[in-house]
Design a protein around this ligand. Structure first.
Ligand SMILES: [Zn+2]
Length: 225
């Protein structure tokens, strides 16, 4: 028998997965979700499984070394999840999507790899924080794990070029909401790109950082050139 907490997490993965899929936020069998459990092991969505049609009983159960204990074979994007958990100590859940606007954003020449989006809305900064861009890697390439480790846990949200976002959260709900916020902010950016939009000023960003105790890599005296 699985304990109640694990059963609850299995059901939550299926519920959020279905919600993301039904809103067109990750097509086909793309995207994956993981949750870290109290024993250091994790639950993760199986390889080639659509997030829209997950079965709680078939979710992959891994031990703390990411070895499969039960359920279907896990997503081949395990290196992504593993590296982000290793470097983000507080992370309890990770969401990875192939969401249209975030992927489109990752192709643009003007993107600052240390902050893929300007401060478009307060909620982007409050829920997602700044997002780092990583170069293209073949799906499942273990080198992507080293690239994530290279960010030293400074970013909860990472955008893989030509692929999609990977976002960690303290809870599954927080990781899902942060991923949605990234996708919606990318959409807004693409809508106003080239229209001389007014983003939040440096002062407005600093006010949010202070008021909500935000930890943004850029505003810690590491200004982009
Ligand atoms: Zn992917």
């Amino acid at each position: 028998m699985k304990d109640a907490a694990e059963r609850h997490q299995r059901e939550a993965i299926c519920r959020f997965g279905r919600s993301l899929f039904e809103r067109g936020l990750t097509p086909g069998s793309s995207g994956n979700i993981s949750v870290r459990l109290d024993d250091g092991g994790w639950l993760v969505t199986p390889t080639n499984a659509s997030l829209g049609f997950l079965d709680p009983a078939r979710i992959s159960r891994l031990d703390a070394q990411a070895k499969l204990i039960s359920g279907d074979a896990p997503t081949k994007e395990i290196p992504l999840h593993r590296a982000l958990y290793e470097t983000r100590g507080s992370a309890r859940a990770i969401v990875h999507l192939h969401s249209t606007h975030a992927v489109a954003l990752s192709l643009l020449p003007e993107i600052d790899p240390r902050a893929v989006l300007p401060p478009v809305t307060p909620y982007y900064l409050m829920r997602t924080g700044e997002t780092a861009l990583l170069p293209y890697y073949r799906p499942g390439d273990p080198a992507v794990g080293d690239a994530i480790r290279g960010l030293a846990g400074k970013y909860a949200a990472v955008l893989l070029a030509n692929h999609g976002p990977v976002v960690a959260g303290d809870t599954l709900e927080a990781a899902v909401f942060a991923t949605e916020e990234l996708e919606e902010t990318a959409k807004i950016y693409l809508l106003v790109r080239g229209l001389n939009p007014r983003f939040l000023s440096k002062q407005q960003v600093l006010d949010l950082v202070q008021r909500f105790d935000l930890n943004l890599p850029h505003t810690d005296g590491d200004e982009p050139k």
